[in-house]
Design a binder for this molecule. Structure first.
Ligand code: ADP
Ligand code: MG
Length: 947
């Protein structure tokens, strides 16, 4: 990128030279390169030269914003830097936890004010004073801030309120082109110079959403309508209509292409501000419809034609001044466009009516040529000023919220900067007076109040000497004698005033004043005021007239008779007004001079500012040619001097801008005691008088002091403790806040840890309890089961015993018969009596037989034939291998069981017979009623509900 420093072209070679210099500087000084210093308080040492070098280095590196303690310095880039104002960047600053840690920007100031409003700490209302020379970027900065608030002060959740905020935002932004078209003009210093002061109040509701806005304007430079300095222009709107009107409109407004107007100098020069369509569009959005717009532009065209009404000298006092060549046509057109009767207009411009005598008789006196010109100019100024005020009221009614719908506000003051031209008049006196007032507000709020507070709090402090501009203000507005009072008095005396006379009066009345100077070489009668920003020479010629701003009553009466709908609104017939505008010599009502009106509105503004937390943005113009990348050291230096930036930096660097009462400090930072190291060598807090405790710092309870002491002991940051307040720097505050965040984080971790531990313990306890309950239930179930098995076994045992007894009985009965048969066939030896033997075998067989019964009953379904036999064999413990030796006859397959018995006398033959227990052959399935004994047990086991 091609860069220029001080107007010298610098290609890559220059750039590499620059970087080499930076490297060298870094190597030798071990300090960060100047362009990296975000805060001018870090420049070492703080002198005009070092501050200037730092700003230049940053400007060259395309860094346009720099902090200067409590003030933000904004260098005008004089080129579009869209990425610097993108919505994404706005969001970044809005979302940042600490916007101060981001790069310096107007959004930091915007966000800070917004957060202050949110915090509801007194004073809740905020104001941003944007100051600087004409063309330094004040209006641009205010515009960007408004866009920023429009983005951040809208509800992200509520669609309805978002819409309202968007509408308000659009209207506020639309008010800009309209006010700039009517109130800005191209001057020697700035193509878009605001010729009025503007205080915009952005109104916020309880949820800090923008609900409306109000605009207050100050001192429109209305003389510009009729009189433009060489190489300057009239208000933009005249050029916009002249260049942007459609053919049909040109006819309607009598503005033929190429027409020349004496009040429209330099029409050939085209500026980007000459955009008629933008103004029209914005007016439409503000509720000014097309017919009203047409009416406005027609009246303005009428004023242009009025400007072409030139008078010649009549040469006879009794005769009205004649018009120059084609002026008659201009008067006619002007009268037509303003809805006035032509002859009446001409008569009012040329003839003065005087009421005199007891009967208030009316005398008509032809005016001189100069008087005619003055009356003409006065008429134009009157119409334009009323039109401007009406526009402001329309804008306000369009953007202002209902009084109960907003609670807080952020004020943006975009006020004309300090001005010094070769010839300065009343306008410059008022503008520079306003700048002095604002400077004093800054000094009073920031510097003097701070130093006085240190003294009251008993802090040891090497006071920085600052340039207090109170003497200058005393010279301009003081009482009983000051420049303003003298000019006002001249107006009240209502005598023909001479410039030299006024100069003499000022010099003699204020002789010896340190801020009053005199230019003895000047041919023009003048006086010099040594302003804080430099000396300015004011010409006394026309000063009294301008201050009087006399409006001949005939002019007002004339305009009240207009048939034009707009002029009817601007000049309603009002009898009170009539009496007010009588010349002061003819009635005794005190004259409201321009200076006294301006002073009153300024006091009002300062009262508003005093009730807010002020923030300052100092705009600096790097060159007067409005060229990008050019840094004129001398011009910047004079601006730095003018705004007392070095003093501000000195105090910011050495002082303690943050002041917190003991109670608030303890409340907020009490938790920092946790940071206290095990061994504290001594506290860093400095008490007044070097920490000697002979003065109890305040009458707060001892506990508060004790806590305060403990906190101060625990802190690693240097801060000073006054009698009632704790003083600290921004960096200390940052440190404290970081410590607080750290402690809070620790606490949060402790809480989390405790909660997790508690949760784990609870879970473990629950798990153990669940296991216990499960074990208990299982053991209970098992016990139940075992009990049931026991019961079943008992039943089985009982049944088995009964069955065995019965079988034994049956067997014995059966065997009784066999025995009888045997004994009859073969007598036995008494030693080997077969009966007991058979009986024993039977007993054994029977004993083994019951499992057989069980086995058969329980045998898996489908086990038949040989397998079944095997089962039986296994149950009976018979050898399977010799089928010959034993043959089992099972009639089971055919007809139930049966009894199986071994034959007596050790024979391994079994005799199976149908058991007397079996149920009837005919019965297909077991009948519960018919089932008895062993079979019953088996059946019970097979019953579905059996456990
Ligand atoms: P002031 O209100 O102080 O008289 P302006 O705000 O009208 O000055 O700025 C003058 C010109 O400087 C603007 O028209 C614009 O072209 C340019 N300018 C100012 N600030 C910036 C900026 N931040 N970025 C780009 N251009 C700027
Ligand atoms: Mg401006």
């Amino acid at each position: 990128m091609l860069q220029q420093v001080n107007g010298h072209s610098s290609g890559s070679a220059a750039h590499s030279g620059e970087s080499l210099r930076e490297d060298l500087q870094e190597f030798l000084g071990g300090e960060a390169p100047l362009q990296q210093l975000d805060d001018l308080t870090k420049v070492n040492p703080v002198t005009l030269e070092t501050v200037l070098r730092c700003l230049q280095a940053r400007y060259t590196a395309d860094t346009f914003y720099t902090n200067a303690g409590c003030t933000l310095v904004a260098m005008n880039p004089f080129k579009p830097v869209p990425q610097l104002y993108s919505p994404e960047l706005m969001q970044e600053y809005h979302a940042a936890s600490q916007p101060q840690t981001l790069k310096p920007h107007i959004f930091t100031v915007g966000e800070q004010t917004y957060r202050n409003v949110k915090s509801l700490m007194e004073p809740v209302n905020q104001s941003i004073v944007v100051s600087g020379e004409s063309g330094a970027g004040k209006t641009w900065t205010s515009r960007c801030l408004m866009k920023f608030y429009a983005v951040v002060a809208a509800s992200p959740t509520s669609w309805e309120s978002h819409k309202v905020a968007e509408r308000i935002e659009q209207r506020i932004l639309n008010s800009n082109p309209v006010m700039e078209a009517f109130g800005n003009a191209c001057t020697l210093r700035n193509n878009n110079s605001s010729r009025f002061g503007k205080f915009i109040q952005l109104q916020l509701n309880g949820a800090q959403q923008m609900t409306g806005a109000a605009v207050q304007t100050y001192l429109l430079e209305k003389t510009r309508v009729a009189c433009q300095a060489p190489s300057e222009r009239n208000f933009h709107i005249f050029y916009q209509i002249y260049k942007g009107a459609h053919a049909e409109e040109r006819v309607r407004w009598c503005l033929p292409e190429g027409a020349t107007f004496s009040w429209l100098p330099r029409p050939e020069r085209t500026l980007e501000e000459d955009c008629f369509e933008v103004t029209r569009e914005a007016m439409l959005h503000l509720g000014i419809d097309a017919p009203t717009q047409n009416n406005i532009f027609q009246a303005l065209a009428g004023l242009l034609h009025l400007g072409n009404t030139q008078f010649a000298d009549s040469g006879n006092e009794a005769q009205p001044c004649p018009l120059v060549d084609d002026a008659q046509c201009s008067v006619g057109t002007s009268a037509l466009l303003l809805g006035l009767p032509e002859d009446h207009l001409l008569e009012t411009l040329r003839i003065r009516t005087i009421r005199a005598g007891r009967g208030r008789q009316v005398f008509r006196k032809p005016c001189s040529q100069a008087e005619c010109d003055t009356r003409r100019d006065c008429l134009a100024k009157l119409v334009y000023a009323r039109l401007f005020d009406w526009l402001v009221s329309v804008i306000n009614s369009s953007i202002c919220a209902a009084p109960d719908s907003w609670t807080t506000f952020i004020g943006l003051l975009d006020v004309y900067g300090f001005e010094s031209f070769p010839n300065n008049s009343l306008e410059q006196l008022c503008i520079n007076y306003a700048n002095e007032k604002l400077q004093q507000h800054f000094v009073a709020h920031y510097l003097r109040a701070q130093q006085e507070e240190y003294a009251v709090e008993g802090l040891e402090w090497s006071f920085v000497s600052y340039q207090d501009n109170q003497p200058c203000l005393d010279l301009i507005e003081g009482s009983p004698v000051s420049i303003c009072s003298l000019i006002n008095e001249e107006c009240r005396l209502n005598r023909p005033s001479s410039a030299a006379q006024l100069q003499t009066r000022i010099e003699s009345a204020l002789t010896g004043h340190p801020r009053l100077g005199r230019d003895r070489l000047s041919p023009e009668p003048s006086f010099i005021v040594l302003h804080y920003a430099g000396p300015v020479r004011y010409c006394t010629r026309g000063l009294v007239e301008k201050n009087k701003d006399p409006v001949p009553p005939e002019l007002t009466r004339l305009l009240q008779q207009s048939q034009d709908p707009l002029l009817k609104v601007l000049f309603p017939a009002d009898p009170e007004e009539k009496s007010q505008e009588e010349p002061s010599g003819q009635n005794r009502t005190p004259v409201l001079t321009v200076v006294s009106k301006f002073k009153a509105s300024l006091e009002q503004l300062l009262q508003v500012l005093h009730g807010t937390t002020p923030h300052y943005i100092r705009c600096i113009k790097p060159n007067s040619q409005a060229q990008a990348q050019i840094f004129h050291r001398e011009e910047v230096l004079s601006q730095l001097e003018a705004c007392g930036l070095v003093e501000t930096i000195h105090i910011s660097a050495a002082g303690f801008p943050i002041r917190v009462s003991h109670r608030n400090f303890v409340e907020r930072y009490e938790l920092l005691r946790r940071l206290r190291p095990a061994t504290t060598p001594g506290h860093h807090g400095l008490y007044p008088d070097g920490g000697r405790s002979e003065h109890p710092p305040c009458t707060e309870p001892a506990t508060l002091q004790g806590l305060l002491q403990e906190i101060l002991h625990a802190l690693p940051a240097p801060l000073h403790c006054g009698r009632t307040k704790v003083f600290m720097t921004d960096s200390t505050l940052e440190l404290l806040e970081r410590g607080r965040a750290q402690v809070l984080e620790q606490c949060a971790r402790h809480i989390q840890r405790g909660w997790r531990r508690h949760r784990c313990r609870t879970q473990a306890r629950r798990r153990r309890a669940a296991v216990l309950i499960q074990a208990a239930v299982r053991s209970w179930l098992t016990r139940k089961h075992v009990q049931r098995l026991h019961a079943a076994a008992t039943v089985i045992k009982r049944a088995w015993r009964e069955w065995r007894i019965r079988m034994a009985f049956l067997a014995s009965e059966e065997l009784d018969g066999v025995e009888e048969k045997h004994s009859s066939q073969a007598p036995c030896s008494p030693s080997s009596s077969p009966l007991p033997l058979a009986q024993t075998g039977l007993q054994g067989a029977i004993t083994r037989l019951w499992p057989l019964g069980l086995a058969l009953a329980n045998a898996a379904v489908g086990v038949h034939g040989f397998q079944r036999k095997l089962v039986v064999f296994a149950c009976l413990q018979l050898p399977v291998g010799s089928p010959r030796s034993c043959a089992i006859q099972t009639a089971q397959e055919q007809a139930g069981v049966l009894s199986i018995r071994a034959l007596p006398q050790g024979s391994i033959r079994f005799h199976c017979r149908k058991s007397p227990l079996r149920y009837a052959d005919t019965c297909p399935g077991p009948s519960p009623d018919s089932v008895t004994g062993f079979n019953q047990i088996l059946l019970e086991r097979h019953r579905p509900g059996h456990v």
